[in-house]
Structures are given as C-alpha cells and as structure tokens.
Ligand binder design. Sequence first.
Ligand code: NAD
Length: 487
Amino acid sequence: MTTQAERRATTTFDSDYVSTINGRPATSDTTAPAFNPATGEVIAQVPVMSKGQLDEAVAAARAAFPGWAATPIEERQRIVSAIGDRLEEHAEEFMALLTREQGKPRAGAEWEVFGSVAWFREIAKQSLPDETLLDSAERSAVTRYTPVGVVGAIVPWNFPILLSVWKIAPALVAGCTIVVKPSPFTPLCDLKLVELVQDLVPPGVLSAVAGDDDLGKWMTSHPDINKIAFTGSTDTGRHVMSSASGTLKRLTLELGGNDPAIVLPDVDPARVAPQLFWAAFQNNAQFCNAAKRLYIHEDVYDAVRDALVAYAKTIKVGNGADADTGLGPIQNEPQFKKVQEFFADSHAQGHAFALGGEIDTEGAGWFVPVTLVDNPPEDSRLVVEEPFGPILPLLKWTDEDDVIARANDTIYGLGASVWGKDLDALQRIARQIDAGTVWLNEVHQYTPYQVFGGHKQSGIGAENSLHGLAEYTNWQSITLNKDAEAV
Ligand code: NAD
C-alpha cells in the first residue's frame, strides 16, 4: 500500500480525492460527483464512506486518544502550527481548488486559505493550564481542563476550509482526536488538507470521511463520539441536537443568521455604500454573518440606496477563476433553487426592485445577479428568513428604539453591524442588539482571540478564543485535604 509520504509527494489537486482513516487513504466503489458551480462540470468523483468506514475512523480516533491526550501540550501546539505551515506550502493549490469547488473568486480564496494558516498558528499558542483556586496549609483546590475525547466535526459548504480549521485546531490543541465530515457539496479541499498532514500526526488523531447527510446522522448518534462541533443551518442544528441527545454528547452549534445592518442618518452615502455592499454580498451572500437586512435611516435612505446600486453595477458576477470577477456563482444546485424561491416570492408580493430581480436559469453555472429590494414589508419572507444568496432587502427606519426592536425581532442572533459617525450612538445601539457579535463601522472582523457564537437560535456554545478552546474540554475540580492524619 502507498504510504502517506509517497502520496504526499505525488498527490495532485486535480483528481484522486480520498478519505483518511487511521492515517491511511480510504476509498469506496460508491462515489458522488463534485461540481464546479461556475460551469456545472463534474470535477471529481469522491468516494462515499459507509457506516462501517465511519466506525473504523471513530475506533481509530478512540484508540489514538489516550496517547494524544498524554502528549505534552507544547508538542501538540507545535504540530498544529506545522499543519498551518503545510497548508501555507500548498496555498496556491488550495486557493485554485477552493475556487473550483466552492466558486469564490481569488480574493475570497486568499482570505480563507491564509486566514486558515493564521488560525492554525494562533490557536497553537493557546492553552488552558490548571487553575489553582486555593492552596493553603490545610487545603488545595485546582480546576483542570481535560480533553473531551473523540470529536466529530460537521462542516458546511460556504467556507469549507476555514470552518473545518476552526474545529481541527482547537480540538488537537486541547488533546482531542477528531473525525471531520466535509459538506457533500465541497469535500475536496478538506479531504486534501487532512490527507496532506498525516505525516505530522499519529494515525487516527485526525481523520476525514466524505459522504452524504447520512454520515452526519451516524456521527451525531455514534456512541463513541464524545462531542459534535457543527456548523450549518439552524434546521439541521435542531436535528443534530436531537440526535446527539441519545448519548448526551457535548455540542457546539454554529447555525444560521439574519444579521441586521443599521445605518444612521449621519453617514456619507458614497463612502459607506461599498462597505455595506461587501457586508451583504461577500462570498456571494453565502455567509452566516452576511448583512441580510439593511436598515437605512429615512434621511439618507434614497442616497444610500442609489449609491449601493451604482457600486453594485461595478462588480462583475462570474466565474471565480476570472481575474476581474468580484462575485462567483451560488455554490450548489439545491441552494440555487432555494434562492430562486426568494426571487419568486418577491415578485409575487409585488416588491420593488432597485437592482436585479431576474435570474437566467438557462446558462451554464448557478449565477444570480445582485438584487436589491426596495423597502419590502417587514414580514416578507426575504426579511424574515435567510436567503443565503445575493438578494437583499433595504428597509427604512425613523425611530431608534423602533429599529432596534425590528433588528431583534428574529429567531436568529448571530451578528449585526451599525454604521454612523456618532460613536456614542453606535455603542448605545450595539449594547441593545441581541447577537453574538456586533461590528461598529466595520464588519466580518474575526480573530482567533475573539469569541464567536450565536445568541438565540443561531447556536449554542462558542468557537475561537479560550472560550472556544474550553469547549473541547471537560472541567475537573481536584480538591485536597492536606491533613494526612485525618484518614
Ligand atoms: P446544512 O445544515 O445543510 O449542512 C451542514 C452540514 O451538516 C453538512 O456537512 C451536511 O452534510 C450535514 N448534515 C446535513 N444533515 C445532517 C443531519 N441530519 N445530521 C448531521 N449532519 C447533517 O448547512 P449548509 O447548507 O451546508 O450551510 C449553510 C448554513 O450554515 C446557513 O444556514 C449558514 O447560516 C450556516 N452557517 C453558519 C455559520 C456559523 O458559524 N454560525 C457559518 C457558516 C454557515
């Protein structure tokens, strides 16, 4: 059998995608196609793992756990950082593959790949040492953070590399072993990443299994997985929680969002418009933290709307592989159909379109034009739900308390942004928004040191920062009565 080192030397990013189980490549006669969303072409056939192969991966992770947990943290940190170095060595190939399988243009691929490299390196500097709460002549009490065990990571298709790295890095630093399940729509980069770093970790510590949604269900109910780290939709998150309840798994759920952006009357419309545009349309709006409801004060509503329309017209929608493309396609066909439903609903409700509104379904690839809907009713589907595509409602507001109430009137609470020159007003509003992250005069600023997670039905638990790292651990209190004569 080919060794991992030989595979690494000969691997290409054009074909030959395999899962990795117990340090070895795993294949299957059953395969599923991976598509280039810009052309509709099949770019790879990906082996679909069976329940038995998942069991093998979990058994290997279980067997590797004691040794990995006992490995000194400095060594685990060194390895996690080295995984980042390996990703950086192959950055060009990963960026090209990410554009090919996910659709995002070069700038987005760079952000994701180099962001992932930085995440490996920075999370590798984090640790949760024992905390001594009490150490007197009579007694001591210490809190320890012990690794939870085997982690199952379930990843979506919008940021396939970064969102798996947000799980792999802290799990390994904490001393857990991990089995990663990529999205069936974007398995290629994740499979390559896990395959390419096998010489850096003991067998079984880091595995990847590709398959369909059944694989996710098998993972969430698996008796030998201790924790599920899940990023995906709120609907699927509910299934994950219910399925994981049978074995009382630890859960981190990073779910959907319907982020409001609130624009104050003192903005300069021409300056703020490009920033609002990217707040909403980055990654073609396939972004949990995309601004999905744009609340613009009535004094500047027309000017901001017109500046947005003018700016949007300068951005080319096309194949992410073309250098002048600003926004790529929708990543997959089911999502393309879902986005079409929002367009159909807005047409049926008689909404006014400030820009766009018509999807050409005849051409190759799943392209949707940037679409701005001019002040639709607050209860429209477009305002209440998460379209996850480039159709954005522009909404007018007058009263600050009222816009805050409208911003919070959602089952979601992932993120929000507020834009204006009055910094006191920004802070005042931010503190009344019920969301995990509120950005003021900026958006989508993440760091490995900043806690990330959703309020309400946007999730449970956290990623990033020491709070995120702690989610891969159990607390343990050890107390000691030092009076040995007492026993
Ligand atoms: P999805 O929920 O359809 O799929 C996510 C993952 O779950 C995939 O790997 C899928 O195969 C798997 N899955 C599907 N059914 C499952 C089941 N019953 N049990 C276990 N696993 C199952 O989400 P998606 O369409 O890939 O991603 C888009 C969604 O993810 C959006 O709602 C978006 O807002 C959300 N998202 C959230 C964050 C965040 O950090 N909060 C980040 C990115 C995306």
